[in-house]
Write a protein that binds this ligand. Structure first.
Ligand code: SAM
Length: 274
């Protein structure tokens, strides 16, 4: 395993501007995330996701799910700026922190160091995860709506197959997504409660159709960034998880077991191999 004990270095770290084509609504491509998580946006990301507020909102949800199943080793495949890697590490789990973006991993490493933790980081794209990650894990987490960066169904199937293969025989995958069903069917409303907790930022879709949800993150200093995401529906993701081989899939709405379909901002799928 390529375990880095220093922050990763990569040309991506130098980029300041997000890169879109002449028609940004046409950028519907799985590899596009590399053009979006530029260092300037990554540095802003923690203003967007206020760690204390986020920790309060989600409470012990992920820790309880992992502990209830006796899980110890966790692979965070969408580390981002490191929120869950750090939190689970502090809770006593053995965490490996992966992400396809070197800029994100560098920020995660810095955030963890500031909290007295050394992250075990691996730069890995989900589609080739097992090329870069060795060993099998008790659990994989893919959180913060990350999976919806994948545009092609073949990429989703491939990523899920890689996640499945990196889990032990009784492993669990925890993967979340925005409630795109509600956004597509009823328009966007968000309580801004769970993930985008910062007060100095608005996070809203500036465009949505069946194949694209373009989220805009506007900060109070006038800067704004965007993410082009694929609005995949809840039951479609559940089906993909089953078809990838997961035996049981339970879907929570904003961390609750029971909910009205339109109400949650986020769905959290807990998929078990056995
Ligand atoms: N989990 C973090 C959180 O909740 O704050 C980060 C979420 S951020 C929306 C999505 C992350 O997924 C980014 O760090 C991005 O680099 C990563 N990502 C997107 N597509 C990826 C891929 N194909 N392989 C690996 N990482 C990917």
């Amino acid at each position: 395993m390529n375990e880095a004990l220093t922050a990763p270095r990569n040309a991506d770290l130098e980029l300041d501007e997000q890169r879109y084509g002449d028609d940004p609504l046409g950028d519907r491509d799985t590899d596009h995330y590399r053009n979006e998580y530029v260092m300037a946006f990554v540095n802003k990301w923690d203003e967007l996701i206020d760690w204390d507020g986020r920790a309060t909102s989600e409470g012990q949800f992920f820790i309880d799910i992992l502990r209830a199943r006796g899980k110890e080793s966790v692979l965070d495949v969408a580390t981002g700026t490191g929120f869950h890697s750090v939190r689970l590490g502090e809770a006593g789990f053995q965490v490996t922190s992966a992400d396809g973006s070197a800029a994100m991993l560098a920020k995660a490493f810095e955030n963890a160091s500031a909290r007295g933790r050394i992250l075990k980081t691996v730069q890995a794209d989900w589609r080739w995860l097992n090329r870069d990650i060795n060993g099998k894990f008790d659990a994989i987490i893919c959180l913060g709506n990350s999976f919806t960066h994948l545009y092609e169904e073949s990429d989703r199937r491939r990523a899920l197959a890689e996640f499945y293969a990196a889990l032990k025989h009784d492993g669990v995958l925890i993967l979340d997504q925005r409630n795109y069903d509600a956004m597509l069917d009823h328009g966007f409303t968000s309580k801004h409660k769970f993930y985008y907790c910062g007060d100095k930022v608005t996070a809203e879709p500036e465009y949505i159709d069946d194949g694209l949800c373009r989220m805009k993150y506007a900060f109070d200093d006038g800067l704004s960034y965007t993410l082009n995401l694929c609005p995949i529906r809840k039951n479609y993701v559940r089906r993909l998880l089953h078809e990838a081989g997961f035996q049981r899939v339970r879907t929570y709405g904003d961390f609750q077991e029971t909910y009205k379909e339109n109400e949650p901002d986020f769905f959290i799928h807990v998929a078990e191999k056995s």
